[in-house]
Design a protein around this ligand. Structure first.
Ligand code: SF4
Length: 438
């Protein structure tokens, strides 16, 4: 069979989109290497091209097709495998494309090695679900020791139905990894020398829902039973930030003051039409509370501009609320219609140019917020985790603060890599932040 051929097969993997995808690609890579395949440096020298795709916008769908077509163009003999969210929602239609050899949905992608073992010699196009049973949520952990920080996926899927979002269709209902399993995986990472772990998932605020627990239960377990020095949480819904959770995070010595609170619109009318069950007033109050409780917390968010029915007045409300918010950074993207969602069939779709223009306005607000946030940090002393690779431009070591600032240090001493240091933040110029190690 293919994988037992004497000549070692080479694969090349390209990852699009979110942290979950990046995490899962690392798992796929690790499994394939463990099982005797070799990672190629480029598509030209690979036997298998794996695209772990994202379907957040139409643009990302198009990018996925471009990458696959381009792979065949560069190397006509390469076997192309499409996985990730694009693969999940339009599986059958996708196989009509001559540049796609195999389609593997999200539920199956972590079994990629098993899939290759079974079918790789059969060069007819097929979808993996035709030959493999659907597997349950895969619990796995990233062990890429070339990186300074690691991720642990604690949850997959989502039970909400935000009207613009395709993810619940692409990834299914919420499923959680067990608390014991997670703490074991984290300890494995600690034994590999990791000092910082990011807890990721599609909707981590729904962790434990499938077995009657809450995210806070998991965080307490992690705090008590693991030795990793720093944790970060993935994106949370504002309603999931309870007083109990905040109280716990405030007392915690391990969890960093870094929050990503998804917002999507800062206008109540638009939030309602998006099926987001909070008000902008509630959101802003949460942000204010977090800013008061923590020492310069990093508060990130995201905004969709031009959702169906968003008028100029609605956007103006969003703009004003964002201006007055205590956010540190706002990711934004213009609304992209996803077939099969409520948003796709909603009337009053907004013109693309208007969506882009509104996104540019939000980006400008975000730049200002970020600059303000960085400047508030100047002169303060922060703990930084020195990264394994120095800053490419200057050669100086760089590090990341608990409140999520990447900072260039005043040393080129590589022996400091992966250590925690105290540093005074000294300056901010051309988007680069500088510090002196104490
Ligand atoms: S909470 Fe809404 S936006 Fe987030 S994954 Fe679930 S449905 Fe999508």
């Amino acid at each position: 069979m293919f994988l037992y051929n004497t000549k070692m097969k080479k694969f090349y993997i390209h990852t699009m989109g979110c942290k979950s995808n990046q995490f899962e690609s690392a798992i796929i890579k690790e499994n394939l290497v463990k099982n005797g395949l070799q990672e190629a440096e480029n598509i030209e020298s690979s036997d298998i091209f794996i695209l772990n795709s994202c379907t957040v916008t139409h643009k990302s769908d198009n990018e996925a097709f471009y990458l696959l077509r381009n792979a065949k163009h560069k190397n006509p003999d390469v076997i192309t495998i499409l996985t990730g969210c694009v693969a999940q929602i339009e599986k059958e239609k996708l196989l009509e494309n001559e540049f796609i050899d195999y389609v593997i949905g999200n539920d199956e992608k972590l079994n990629l090695y098993e899939f290759l073992k079974q079918i790789i010699n059969n060069r007819t196009n097929c979808a993996v679900s035709d030959i493999m049973e659907l597997r349950e949520f895969h619990q796995a952990v990233l062990e890429d020791t070339t990186k300074t920080r690691a991720s642990v996926k604690i949850q997959d899927g989502c039970d909400n139905r935000c009207s613009y979002c395709i993810i619940p269709f692409a990834r299914g209902r919420t499923r959680s990894a067990g608390s014991y399993f997670i703490t074991q995986q984290v300890m494995k990472l600690a034994n590999h020398g990791f000092k910082e772990v990011i807890l990721t998932g599609i909707h981590i605020g729904q962790w434990g829902k499938d077995f009657g627990l809450e995210l806070l239960d998991l965080l307490k377990d992690i705090e008590q039973n693991t030795t990793i020095e720093r944790y970060r949480l993935g994106s949370l819904n504002p309603l999931e930030i309870t007083d109990e959770l905040l109280e716990f995070l405030q007392k915690s010595e391990k969890f960093c003051p870094h929050f990503h609170l998804s917002l999507q619109s800062a206008c109540n009318k638009t939030l309602k039409s998006m099926n987001r069950f909070y008000t902008v007033e509630k959101y802003l109050a949460q942000i204010e509370k977090i800013n008061q409780i923590f020492d310069l917390p990093f508060l990130g968010s995201d905004i969709i501009t031009g959702y169906a029915g968003e008028t100029g007045e609605d956007f103006e409300i969003t703009r004003q609320n964002l201006e007055k918010s205590g956010l540190s950074q706002i990711h934004t993207f213009p609304y992209s219609v996803r077939e099969g969602t409520i948003g796709a069939s909603a009337p009053n779709q907004v013109d693309d140019k208007i969506k882009e223009k509104r996104a540019d306005i939000v980006k400008a607000i975000s730049r200002q917020k970020y600059d303000d946030f960085v400047r508030k940090n100047i002169g303060t002393v922060r703990e930084i985790l020195i990264e394994k690779h120095p800053d490419k431009k200057s050669g100086f070591m760089k590090g990341i603060t608990r409140n999520y600032l990447t900072i260039i240090t005043n040393t080129k001493d590589t022996s400091l890599a992966n250590t925690l240091q105290q540093a005074k933040i000294t300056g901010y110029e051309n988007g680069r932040i500088y510090c002196e190690i104490l």
